[in-house]
Design a protein around this ligand. Structure first.
Ligand SMILES: [Zn+2]
Length: 536
């Protein structure tokens, strides 16, 4: 049975003996190779000059720290032309000359260093019987060679934040290999440009919309095609839409406050348009009233039993209810309500302002009005239109000073109605979207332009960009979005045409954040960079 095999020692090393001293396993090892090659001229020689021993820490064994005591030799170089006369025998990759620990132990310590921070790494090491210190872990991690010189053809550039979002760095990603290529300590034009100059093989750079990275690429990789990342383009578009919506919503709010005041001055006989709904059928009203009365009675019974001190499961059993329902009712302490939580909405609601406007203009034909709203996208029944007209005959309906009702949305929430594909909206969102589009011609135009742009993006129809820009000219998006696109047109067009995108960079940034968090926020940039580039 060979102990060398058990300990995984390379050929040529033989275990002589071992001994446990102060919980450290001392293993005496001798080199048995009959010859060794001179490190200078590579000539093999078997002429031994002398024997000596060296120590090296090795992987833990059986729960003990291990110290190898290697009995090795010095050789004469027999090549007369070689300047080196005597040399110490080499143990190649297993143990480098002058190293105080074996390569395999060093690799373990590096792995610990990459997976944890220095201090924690030292604690983990001691638990695993690897004697090491925080500084030596950090030193090893910092010494790891990086492969940033490898060629990169499609480069993705983006920024990321470290030190609690106050300092920003730049992440460079090899988009073909899905690998972080390098991290830079800032997001300055010069820093990124200098890096790119060392990579003349770059053909495409995908970047955000900032002028900083745009000019970095122009300066550092002038040969590369710049591609404005689609995610960032879409983000700019949604920001523009949000600003437009915020404006319209603010106007509409101001106007409706005025109208409310006017209504109050006139008296309460007026019905605000947003509260209009068709009258409920008598039978429906009856059913709702009956159910409510039944529940109210049931609630009183629950309450009475509870006041007698009966526990919920007991009450539930007596009344044939679920214990959970009983607990809920008692917890709320009020009679459960049967009214629907959400305001009753009909598919007709978004079109009510339009019909009202036509009514005020003198149109009295229900059939005609139904045709008109149907043309605008109303898919409900003709009967609903008539019911609305019935109300108009008897009640004076007020609208917010001519402005149609807009759903209660913040501009942030409303943006998504505009940006999402219509088929991904639910029924209510679709109604709300229709309300926005009907409320303002400018919003309707904006919606069509936005959807067209997103379509162009999805289908990679960058060639249509010029036509789109010509259309956008008159709309509110011109100033808020299209002007920026004009200034960066070649890159945006490339983004709308080429499959290249920074989509994966988002994931890489998440990885950086994760590594940073494991370092307890004390991320010194050079260490962070090493750990990201060597992440397991
Ligand atoms: Zn030699």
């Amino acid at each position: 049975m060979s102990f060398s095999l058990l300990l995984g020692l390379p050929a040529g090393l033989q275990v002589l003996s071992f001994d446990l001293v102060n919980n450290v396993l001392l293993i005496q090892v001798a080199s048995t190779a009959s010859e060794s090659a001179c490190p200078v001229c590579q000539c093999p020689t078997s002429r031994i000059h002398s024997h000596y021993s060296r120590k090296a820490a090795d992987l833990a064994c059986g729960g003990h720290q291990v110290q190898l005591i290697l009995h090795v030799r010095k050789f004469f170089c027999t090549n007369r032309d070689c300047p080196r006369k005597i040399f110490a025998e080499r143990l190649t990759a297993f143990l480098h000359p002058w190293a105080r620990l074996t390569t395999r132990l060093a690799e373990q310590i590096e792995a610990i260093g990459l997976a944890s921070c220095g201090r924690l790494g030292a604690r983990l090491g001691s638990r695993l019987k690897i004697g090491t210190s925080r500084t030596s872990i950090l030193r090893r991690v910092m010494k790891l060679p990086t492969k940033t010189a490898d060629k990169v053809v499609h480069l993705g550039v983006d920024d990321f934040s470290f030190r609690r979002g106050r300092t920003f760095g730049t992440v460079l990603v090899d988009l073909e290999r899905h690998q972080i290529k390098d991290l830079l300590p800032d997001r300055q034009k010069e820093t990124a440009a200098t890096w790119m100059k060392t990579h003349p093989e770059i053909t495409h750079v995908s970047r955000d919309r900032s002028s900083e990275y745009a000019s970095a690429v122009s300066a550092g990789a002038p040969q590369a095609i710049q591609v404005a990342d689609r995610f960032h383009v879409a983000k700019n578009l949604s920001e523009a839409v949000q600003q437009l919506l915020a404006r319209v919503l603010l106007e509409s709010k101001t106007a409706s406050q005025g109208a409310e005041a006017a209504t109050q001055a006139k008296g309460a006989s007026l019905l605000p348009l947003e509260e209009w709904r068709p009258a409920q059928e008598e039978s429906v009203k009856q059913t709702i009233a009956t159910r409510r009365a039944e529940r109210q009675e049931r609630y009183q019974q629950v309450l009475a039993l509870s006041e007698q001190g009966l526990p919920s499961p007991e009450i539930a059993g007596r009344l044939g209810m679920k214990a959970r329902t009983v607990r809920e009712w008692l917890h709320k302490g009020v009679a459960p309500d049967t009214r629907p939580r959400r305001k009753y909405r009909s598919e007709f609601d978004p079109y009510a302002p339009y019909v009202l406007k036509r009514w005020q203009e003198g149109e009295r034909s229900g059939r005609q009005l139904w045709r008109e709203v149907r043309y605008q996208g109303y898919g409900g029944s003709e009967r609903m239109v008539y019911r609305f007209l019935e109300t108009l005959k008897t009640t004076e309906i007020v609208t917010s000073a001519g402005t149609a009702r807009l759903p209660h949305y913040t501009s942030t929430a409303a943006v998504w109605l505009f940006m999402r594909r219509p088929e991904h909206l639910d029924e209510i969102q679709r109604e709300d979207l229709a309300a926005f589009r009907l409320a303002h011609t400018s919003l309707n135009t904006t919606y069509q332009l936005v959807q067209d742009f997103l379509e162009m993006m999805r289908r990679r129809e960058g060639k249509r960009l010029d036509v789109w820009l010509a259309q956008v000219h008159e709309s509110g998006l011109a100033e808020l979005f299209a002007q920026g696109v004009e200034q960066d047109k070649a890159a945006v067009q490339a983004g709308l045409t080429l499959p290249l995108s920074n989509g994966q960079v988002e994931g890489q940034v998440t990885k950086i954040k994760l590594i940073k968090r494991m370092m307890y926020g004390r991320a010194e940039f050079p260490l962070l960079r090493q750990r990201v580039l060597h992440a397991l």
